[in-house]
Design a protein around this ligand. Structure first.
Ligand code: ADP
Length: 510
């Protein structure tokens, strides 16, 4: 459908550590790309500023060109820095490349340089680039602790230079990472760190008692931004009730908003997805069966009998296939994922986990599970990051499992739904805002999945058992649920307008 252009056009610059698909680790990358595209298609001017990580595949960038060579301050020196322009997935990007060791390595995170210092450098280098080039956007949209120092630098330094027009919006994607920073580390970006060591600036009141040395870049970002957004209404409530920065957020309640993330429906579209062996959509769902068949076959999840069948149409799709696609960290409910593996096997279903662990102990634990389960015809645990496989798996899945302990928004359940996978989720954060239980009579219209509340194995069993029973006993109804979840509109078109309202409310007319 043609998207109507807005009348009140703005220039928005996102400053971010991640962008899908070239530098994506989790949801942050998806959100930046999806929101940027939605604003672009409404007629706004949007740029994304990203570190030029060494691991970025240059073939994925169109029209890459060096545009500015300048110096940016770090720790007493001016570091020669290059800015490149390019287009990624239709979105203009400015890449910042310092001449030191920052952002070198095989991955977006975890290089051998000091990450905190690298993002402090990057944050200042983005403002310095705006200062040098005279680019004055209406909105600088910063994300997470990595760019949380930008509002401080902007109001206390660059406003005294020549940047006057921009206003700053901060999105908090996950409260767990609050950018712990010592005063002298903060000083490396050119601010006097000691000036920020108070509760009204960058120290959380929970830490000041025992460690006034510890600043939080996220806290500073909250205090100094014109508006602060987090990624779902329920997570907003949760962050106000408990957690590190809750009292700060309560103090700034008037400028704190909860906006549900959308998904990028260009990148995530089963009707056009180049990674799929067969395309499908709600009105024409048959291709999904072929995707399931390909995945089962490709991963050796077929019984002898099924392998002998010549036509996909002849296969009985009576084994429910669940996928769980996630970073393997505590937040995601590791013990529940482990339990789901066991329980799915007991129930005679199939479960594929696609996950990457960053912690050695977790990696080891899941390697053991690989050895225990991957030989059978029920479970596959794939310990890697693969964008391509993730598309295939969402398309193949009957159900998508998201058993998070907490989940600010969660994209897996939304992507899964768009690909016809019925969500089985724990009721927390954005999961509670997007998935409504089919057995909850008060929610009939919205009902689209299976929800459990506890963090114990019994709670998960209860949801999985019901999902399996539904799948097996009520095939007709199941098919209509699949159609229904594919038609749920979790696109950015739906929610980008809320961000634009906030941009509009803080920007200054020029
Ligand atoms: P988070 O931001 O906490 O990682 P989200 O659910 O918001 O969680 O976003 C996760 C995104 O990362 C989704 O697009 C999901 O498909 C993707 N993802 C997570 N793990 C992997 C993996 N191992 N391989 C491919 N994609 C992954």
């Amino acid at each position: 459908a043609e998207i109507e252009k807005d009348s009140n056009l703005m220039h928005i610059i996102h400053v971010t550590a991640e962008m899908a698909p070239i530098a994506k680790v989790g949801g942050l990358g998806d959100v930046v790309t999806g929101l940027a595209r939605a604003c672009l298609s409404r007629g706004h001017t949007v740029d994304i500023m990203l570190p030029f990580y060494e691991c970025i595949q240059k073939e994925e960038i169109n029209d890459l060109a060096l545009i500015t060579t300048y110096n940016s301050y770090h720790d007493g020196n001016w570091v020669p820095t290059n800015a490149y322009r390019g287009v990624v997935s239709g979105i203009p990007v400015v890449f910042i490349e310092p001449s030191n060791q920052f952002f070198k390595g095989q991955n977006v995170y975890g290089g051998s340089y000091n990450e905190l210092e690298a993002y402090l450098f990057f944050s200042r280098a983005c403002l310095e680039w705006m200062q040098v080039t005279g680019v004055q956007a209406d909105i600088i949209h910063v994300h997470e602790w990595q760019t949380g120092v930008i509002p401080l630098l902007y109001w206390d330094m660059y406003q005294n230079l020549s940047l006057k027009k921009p206003r700053i919006v901060l999105t908090i994607h996950n409260m767990e990472h609050y950018g712990e920073c010592r005063q002298e580390q903060l000083s490396k970006c050119g601010l006097d760190g000691s000036l920020y060591a108070s509760v009204d600036k960058a120290v959380d009141d929970r830490t000041i008692g025992h460690n006034p040395e510890r600043l939080s870049l996220l806290k500073g970002g909250i205090v100094y931004s014109n508006a602060v957004v987090t990624v779902s209404p329920t997570y907003l409530k949760e962050t106000l009730c408990s957690g590190w920065l809750s009292s700060t957020l309560i103090n700034y309640r008037d400028k704190y908003f909860g906006i549900l993330n959308g998904i990028d429906t260009v990148m995530w579209n089963p009707a056009t997805d180049v990674f799929l062996p067969a395309k499908f959509h709600a009105q024409k769902p048959e291709g999904k069966k072929i995707c399931k068949y390909y995945v089962q076959r490709g991963l050796g999840l077929m019984s002898e009998g099924t392998l002998a069948v010549n036509h996909v149409a002849d296969i009985k799709h009576d084994v429910p296939l669940i996928v769980c696609i996630t970073r393997l960290v505590a937040q995601k409910g590791l013990h529940l994922i482990t339990h789901a593996i066991k329980h799915t096997e007991e129930l005679g279903g199939q479960l594929i986990v696609l996950g990457k662990a960053s912690d050695g102990r977790v990696q080891k634990e899941f390697e053991d599970l690989v050895n225990l389960h991957n030989k059978g015809s029920s479970i596959r645990i794939l310990l890697m990051y693969s964008e391509e496989l993730s598309h295939m798996l969402y398309a193949a899945a009957d159900m998508v499992l998201v058993p998070s302990i907490y989940e600010p928004c969660g994209l897996a359940q939304m992507i899964g739904m768009r690909y016809g996978a019925v969500p089985v989720v724990r009721k927390t954060g954005g999961l509670a805002d997007t998935v409504f239980d089919l057995d909850d009579s008060s929610n009939h219209e919205k009902a689209n999945g299976f929800v459990f509340e506890g963090i114990d194995e019994g709670s998960l069993n209860w949801a999985l058992d019901r999902a399996f029973a539904y799948y097996r006993d009520k095939p007709e109804e199941w098919n209509s649920i699949v159609r229904k979840v594919m038609e749920v509109d979790n696109s950015w078109n739906n929610t980008a307008g809320k961000y634009l309202e906030i941009y509009n409310s803080v920007r200054v007319g020029w």
